[in-house]
Design a protein around this ligand. Structure first.
Ligand SMILES: Cc1ncc(COP(=O)(O)O)c(C=O)c1O
Length: 360
């Protein structure tokens, strides 16, 4: 069976040569050849993220949500919530038994520096969590500004950043922006299969982790740190994902980070212009549209369920809107291995489907 080509916000398409790279022979994870692979991948990640230290997780980002808070929150955590994923991080923080509050913004709005400033001024918090790019709403919050505020005015507060659907689709400079953790699953703009995550961790996060009690074992950053020193991972990792990362890092080096980010921005502009041409509106607050996902407010009332079926027949998988937004705001993902010409073909195919449904 030929599966439809994915234009959903994850998983995203994986290139054939990446899949081939992932199929290289297994190596023992306590051997020099493994450490060589580990060192190559880790150094590559640290370079593209501008990070002093990156850990490799053979679990998706949901696990890293838990790691970030369990390793650092002593007092109280502020979860910035402006969509489904940031809301889940709050649920996870609470489920870990940690004191936490959600600062809730309406879906479609960004988190602003002033929101964060006002909440942190209370002095109640020692950590704050931000989803940089809310995948559910296609909104990208101003990470740089928020990070400057936290590091400048609230230097004792840890800043944890979920960059799951922004990392490698837009610029993030981990150390320069003083992010305490910054992580992503790899099935978005990294263009790899799901089930693996990368996480940059600051020195002071490790210092804090060393003081923390009852943080479990599997997600304990200190355990990761001990194995990092040996150029290994704590448990048997997904070696295919590491080969995949090695390949993508080479691709990124060839494309160039600036060119990669420009490609994502230009695909976003294409998708936004397409929506506009069709009399639709953008869902995000103006000025905070994501470069990797275009969320379209369905003001024309298109029947997205029928379009979904039509596009499936034409060989594409579209998104119909996340959760409560189903039908109201659908999303077009354009990240990772998706090239501008792929997006053009998808949008033309979408136009055919609209013609067929008499909705054009
Ligand atoms: C912003 C964001 N954070 C976290 C997650 C959870 O990632 P995973 O399912 O890989 O754990 C997702 C998944 O789509 C996401 O979009």
């Amino acid at each position: 069976m030929i599966y439809p080509k994915l234009f959903i916000p994850g998983p995203t398409p994986v290139a054939e040569d990446t899949l081939a790279a992932m199929g290289q022979p297994q190596v023992g994870h306590r051997t020099p050849e493994f450490s060589e692979l580990w060192a190559d991948v880790t150094a590559g990640l640290e370079k593209v993220l501008g990070a002093g230290k990156v850990f490799l997780f053979s679990n998706p980002a949901t696990g890293v949500w838990e790691a970030a808070v369990r390793n650092t929150v002593k007092k109280r955590c502020l979860n910035l919530v402006n969509g489904a994923f940031s809301s889940k991080w709050h649920t996870v923080t609470d489920a870990c038994g940690l004191a936490c509050d959600a600062l809730k913004k309406p879906w479609g709005k960004a988190v602003h520096v002033e929101d964060v400033d006002e909440a942190l001024a209370s002095g109640k918090y020692d950590a704050v969590t931000l989803v940089h790019n809310e995948t559910s709403t296609g909104v990208m919050s101003p990470l740089r500004e928020i990070a400057d505020l936290v590091s400048g005015k609230y230097p004792d507060v840890f800043l944890h950043v979920d960059a799951v659907s922004s990392m490698m689709g837009t610029e993030i400079k981990v150390d320069e922006w003083r992010l305490d953790t910054c992580f992503a699953s790899v099935q978005k703009a990294w263009a790899l299969p799901a089930g693996f995550a990368v996480c940059a961790v600051s020195d002071r996060t490790l210092e804090r982790s060393a003081e923390m009690q009852r943080k479990g074992y599997f997600l304990d950053f200190m355990v990761y740190e001990n194995y990092y020193k040996k150029q290994q991972t704590p448990s048997t990792p997904s070696i295919p994902h590491m080969y995949g990362l090695q390949k993508i890092l080479k691709d990124i080096e060839q494309e160039g980070l600036a060119a990669r980010f420009k490609r994502h921005q230009s695909m976003a502009a294409t998708a936004q212009a397409w929506a506009d041409r069709h009399g639709q509106e953008l869902f995000p607050e103006a000025g905070y549209e994501s470069p990797t996902i275009t969320a379209i407010r369905n003001v024309r009332g298109w029947d997205v369920n029928r379009l979904y079926e039509d596009l499936e027949e034409l060989g594409y998988r579209m998104d119909r809107g996340y959760g409560k937004l189903r039908g109201e705001a659908f999303r077009i993902a354009h990240m990772g291995a998706v090239m501008p010409e792929d997006l053009d073909v998808f949008l033309k195919t979408f136009d055919h489907a609209l013609d067929d449904e008499g909705e054009a």
